[in-house]
Write a protein that binds this ligand. Structure first.
Ligand SMILES: Cc1cc2nc3c(=O)[nH]c(=O)nc-3n(C[C@H](O)[C@H](O)[C@H](O)COP(=O)(O)O)c2cc1C
Length: 220
């Protein structure tokens, strides 16, 4: 499967099977989490077979069923974009192992997460993980021209990057971001609303995979 096919095949999944993740995969997820923490400076923790986090009586939106595995995304309080960027690396890694995921900012119980962030850090969000009842479904998406300045004559790598960015999960599927090709640099800007900075990190991760990091530099 190519990176683009992997991104296309990922959809948010909120209902999970009562099937534990195999030890070998848990080990791979732990190693990946450590690698991501080392390079990012974040303190992401993987919880498995721990149902307290998603025992929510009145979820904000999106009801989760049977979710017992998740990443707790901990890092500096102002590291929203970084949390999005590196969290999505974990999401796509999990997808490559045949697992399903869903970012959750509202639909979980913060008190159910057994973690104490250091001073200046916080639990930003969690990412649900496991074997889904289904693979999720395709959702509505904005078009290339709604989120970028791409035109037919734009370089192929830029168009591929924008296509990949459009497969990125965003809070309430808002897709409030703008990608602009300026010379050989690309600027990425978040719109004004909730979780748009975190979304931007996810979008930038997808864009890099689609465009190829060797083809461009970020403007900011
Ligand atoms: C930052 C962020 C926060 C989210 N929070 C929740 C949440 O609290 N509850 C929920 O059910 N889904 C949540 N989602 C999942 C989005 O609703 C979902 O990604 C979006 O509708 C797009 O669908 P897709 O992931 O299948 O592409 C969140 C996604 C992101 C990126």
């Amino acid at each position: 499967m190519t990176d683009y096919e992997l991104m296309l095949s990922r959809h948010s999944v909120r209902s999970y099977l009562d099937k534990p993740i195999e030890e070998e995969k848990v080990r791979a997820l732990r190693e990946k989490t450590e690698e991501v923490n080392r390079k990012s400076g974040l303190h992401i923790a993987l919880f498995t077979e721990e149902p307290k986090c998603f025992k929510v009586s009145e979820p904000g939106y999106g009801i989760f069923k049977n979710c017992k595995n998740y990443f707790a995304m901990v890092g500096p309080s102002d590291a929203d974009e970084k949390i999005g960027y590196y969290g999505e690396e974990l999401v796509l890694f999990a997808q490559s192992l045949g697992l399903n995921t869903c970012w959750a900012a509202m639909s979980y119980k913060k008190g159910g997460v057994d973690i104490k962030p250091a001073k200046g850090e916080k639990l930003h969000i969690v990412i649900a993980l496991g074997y889904g009842e289904t693979q999720g479904h395709e959702r509505k998406s904005k078009s290339i021209s709604e989120v970028s300045n791409a035109v037919d004559s734009s370089p192929e790598w830029f168009i591929n990057g924008v296509k990949a960015a459009l497969t990125a999960p965003t809070a309430i599927n808002q897709q409030r971001f703008r990608l602009k090709l300026e010379g050989d640099k690309v600027s990425a800007k978040a719109g004004l609303f909730v979780y748009t900075k975190l979304d931007l990190g996810i979008v930038k991760y997808h864009f890099e995979l689609g465009a190829g990091k060797e083809n461009f530099e970020w403007a900011d």
